[in-house]
Design a binder for this molecule. Structure first.
Ligand code: NAP
Length: 335
């Protein structure tokens, strides 16, 4: 298998540039058998896919990681736990952002993961009208000072609010946002501001739930969208230009893929990894159901060249600008 590239996110935190996304175990992507899932986690980890993206609300994701850590330690010894990076998220649902509420939520995640501290906590906020997000982030920074959280990060924040947060003196190391060949919103404002502030991007939706893969080349628009990701990104495709334009894009990607002896998924992922400030791309993993490790690893065996980027230009010219129609990163969560 091609050697996997890593990225030094901070001096004490190295990640695999392709992260394993665990929204896919939450129930909306087919039933997950815990034993098969944990066996699959060993395969990912041993192959070098050591960085896991999860969230408090991804069904059993945090518990599965907790169980996996126990079994990994049993088999490989305590020191081997250092080889895993477990990035969770907190999506607050209600309540005044008191120290007690914030700390309780972090403790729940720590307990589920079987960790004394979180490697990286990615904070999401649903409503900018409610400015309590600054209060919550202040408490999270305090928890970081006492070692409960190693690194603080965000998800789905737009550039304007990322700026408010950094100007309030809160240091975040990354923002997790949707970024793909069809959703290029981070490239408008976000990437530039992140460059100024040295904040990295972790990208999701890179394969549009699987729509940006060989599987969907030549499919009619009436196909069954039988999981939550496919439905989510089908909406994005509709907003972007529709199914026929997606088919044109897949056709061009196939030609680029032929040139690099790669898959369409490789080209889609490679594109995201080559964008400014993108430290890593998350790929959803339906543990114990499907796996694409060997194919995914090939993303590190080539680069896109000028001719490839030029081949994509006509598609982008025909598509709608999602920055104008939806807004900046994460704005779809606030409409
Ligand atoms: N912060 C947020 O708000 C947010 C939102 C969404 C997602 N995320 C994160 O991003 C992760 C990724 O999820 P996503 O929904 O965006 O999905 P995605 O990564 O765009 O797509 C994942 C799907 O693509 C297919 N696939 C993966 N590698 C492939 C390959 N090499 N060849 C062919 N097909 C391949 C698989 O489909 P099959 O299983 O059908 O083969 C897989 O289930 C989530 O798990 C989560 O961690 C975060």
């Amino acid at each position: 298998m091609t050697e996997l590239e890593r990225f030094q996110l901070t001096p004490d935190l190295s990640i695999c540039r392709v992260l394993n996304g665990l929204w896919q175990v939450s129930g909306g992507h087919g039933p997950i058998d815990p034993d098969h899932a944990i066996a699959a986690m060993f395969d990912y980890q041993e192959a070098g896919f050591t960085t896991w993206d999860l969230a408090d609300h991804y069904g059993p994701a945090e518990d599965l990681i907790g169980e996996f850590r126990l079994e990994w330690e049993d088999q490989k010894g305590k020191a081997a736990l250092e080889q895993l990076q477990c990035f969770t998220k907190w999506f607050p649902t209600s309540g005044k952002m008191t120290r007690e509420l914030v700390e309780n939520n972090i403790n729940v995640s720590c307990d589920r993961l079987g960790m004394d501290y979180l490697d990286l906590l990615q904070f999401h906020w649903a409503d900018y009208q409610n400015q309590d997000y600054l209060e919550a982030l202040y408490h999270l920074s305090e928890l970081q000072k006492i070692g409960k959280i190693k690194h603080l990060a965000l998800t789905n924040f737009d550039t304007e609010h990322l700026k408010i947060i950094t100007e309030a003196g809160i240091k975040v190391i990354s923002n997790q946002v949707q970024c793909s060949l069809i959703d290029r919103r981070p490239l408008f404002k976000m990437a530039k501001y992140c460059q100024e502030q040295d904040i990295k991007l972790l990208a999701y939706g890179t394969l549009a739930g699987g729509l940006l893969t060989d599987k969907y080349l030549g499919y009619s628009a009436s196909l069954r969208l039988n999981n939550a990701s496919l439905r989510k990104y089908h909406n994005i495709v509709q907003a972007w230009g529709g199914w026929p334009l997606l088919q044109q894009l897949l056709g061009i990607l196939r030609k680029i893929a032929d040139k690099h002896q790669a898959s369409i998924a490789n080209i889609a992922l490679r594109y995201v990894l080559e964008q400014p400030m993108v430290a890593g791309a998350i790929v959803g993993t339906r543990l114990g159901i499907t796996e694409h490790r060997e194919d995914t690893a090939k993303v590190f065996s080539f680069s896109l060249d000028e001719e490839d980027y030029q081949a994509l230009e006509p598609i982008w010219k025909k598509s709608r600008n999602l920055y104008q129609s939806i807004g900046d990163c994460g704005d779809e969560y606030r409409r």
